[in-house]
Design a protein around this ligand. Structure first.
Ligand code: EPU
Length: 432
């Protein structure tokens, strides 16, 4: 592992940012958090040892490792970013509250456990900083496959006599519901089709891994996924796709501070819409070929506003990019309107940006952002992973010093966040 990955941001509470002008240099993105966590959950479905490469060294991965261990699996880092997961014959198909509470994504073990063990007991995730995030679509999809659920004592308990393939029509292309249905479907008898499926690159990555395990899936990455059930899966070896949200974080950093950087490992083809928006703001972004693809990025001294940005399911602009975009627009030249279509409460960090002098007015799920030449350094608090990163990034164009508290949120999703930013010349250090 990079020596700094654990040391730099784990357990860190406060980061101090002192702008040092334009950014220069090269940064490499780690594997995608939102793929790695689900691949780890899928490993439950095959007895033996799964090997995952390019797994990010982040606290959410540690949390998923703890969850798998609590079920009786062995999880260990090999070298660098390779994770070995060993599933014995007998496991405890349960996700306890202490772990689900730490990480909502734990719910993704529900489908795999039900499929392979015919039962599962998973603590109900509560709401979080983005407002309520129900799991009704997950449960409905698994019920359609033959699962029966009861909720009691803060847990949902599922049982089945054996899942059977069927047609599942999701009322919204939920990422988590698509993943749970797809993972359960691979071991269901007969044919499962998931319509109105989420199309995120992470879904296609999980399908590629499941196929390597022996599953028979087509259409992942499109809105109709078709699965022919198989009776058993084998452990497999797989390399996690790069994290497009991390890549966008370095794009936002250079967009705000100005400069020239290279983002190694970033996949332009996973980021079409957001790259188009950033280009509209005045950035020059050129994809590179070679053994490791990436992006060469130039940002002018100041970006300009865009008429409107709206978050949408993939291939639309991801909701996870939004705090970064709002931070960028709050120092761009002109007025922009940003609309959140996925998570009702996902505007809370705006109060923190306003404390830094940003001129942002929210109305329902819209935010009107009037760009200021510079923000003003202030003590602020990170409400979640992406908003935390966005506050740090915003501080790169704030007069004076900004201190971001709650920085442990950032370590949930970013490997060596401070190390990577400082390697680009940003003035960021750990206070405590
Ligand atoms: N929803 C329901 N019922 C359900 C499932 C979802 O109403 O049963 C609603 C949610 O409340 C939300 C919308 O549907 O309003 C979208 O939720 P979705 O299920 O697509 O999101 P998710 O699977 O819970 C993943 C990522 C999020 C990312 C969203 C949207 C993981 C671990 N999380 O969440 O990433 O914002 O998709 O793209 O994959 C992050 O990385 O920090 C993060 C929050």
């Amino acid at each position: 592992m990079p020596a700094s990955a654990a040391e730099h941001t784990w357990g860190v509470q406060r980061l101090r940012i002192r702008p040092q002008g334009a950014l220069r240099g090269r940064v490499r993105v780690a594997g995608a958090k939102n793929s790695a966590l689900k691949l780890m959950a899928a490993a439950v479905m095959a007895r033996g040892t799964t090997v995952l490469h390019n797994v990010p060294r982040i606290t959410d991965v540690e949390c998923m490792s703890d969850l798998l261990r609590s079920m009786g699996l062995e999880v260990a880092w090999a070298d660098g970013s390779t994770l070995h997961i060993h599933r014995p014959d007998l496991i405890v198909p349960e996700a306890p509250y202490e772990l689900v509470e730490r990480m909502r994504a734990s719910i993704v073990v529900l489908g795999p456990l039900l499929a392979v063990e015919n039962r599962a007991r998973v603590a109900l995730p509560g709401g979080d900083d983005f407002g309520p995030r129900p799991i009704d679509m997950h449960l409905r999809a698994l019920e359609e496959l033959g699962g029966t659920f009861v909720a009691a004592h803060g847990y949902v308990e599922g049982t089945t006599d054996g899942l059977v393939g069927t047609r599942i029509l999701l009322e919204f292309p939920s990422v988590g519901a698509t993943e749970n249905a797809m993972m359960a479907g691979v071991l269901a008898k007969g044919t499962t089709t998931i319509e109105n499926a989420a199309r995120e690159p992470e879904i296609a990555d999980i399908a590629a891994f499941l196929s390597a395990m022996g599953a028979n899936i087509s259409g992942a990455g499109t809105s109709t996924i078709t699965i022919e059930g198989v009776s058993e899966l084998e452990p497999a070896e797989h390399t996690v796709i790069p994290d497009r949200i991390e890549a966008a974080t370095w794009l936002a950093s250079v967009g705000i501070a100005g400069g020239d950087i290279e983002i190694a490992g970033a996949r332009a083809d996973h980021m079409d819409m957001v790259l188009a928006k950033l280009t509209e703001m005045g950035m020059e972004i050129v994809p590179t070929d070679g053994p490791e693809p990436g992006l060469i990025v130039h940002a002018p001294d100041r970006l300009h506003a865009v008429d409107s940005v709206a978050t949408l399911p993939y291939p639309g602009v991801a909701t996870d990019y939004k705090p970064l975009l709002v931070a960028m627009l709050s120092t761009a030249d002109g007025v922009s309107i940003v609309t959140e279509n996925l998570f009702a409460g996902r505007f809370r960090y705006i109060d923190e940006l306003v404390r830094m002098g940003a001129d942002i007015r929210t109305e329902g799920h819209h935010a009107v952002v009037r760009g200021r030449e510079r923000l003003s350094g202030a003590p602020v608090r990170a409400p979640d992973i992406r908003a935390g990163a966005a506050l740090v990034v915003a501080a790169l164009r704030a007069e004076g010093e900004t201190v971001v508290a709650g920085a442990d949120h950032i370590a949930r999703g970013y490997e060596d966040f401070v190390g990577k930013l400082t390697s680009l010349g940003a003035g960021v250090d750990i206070l405590d």
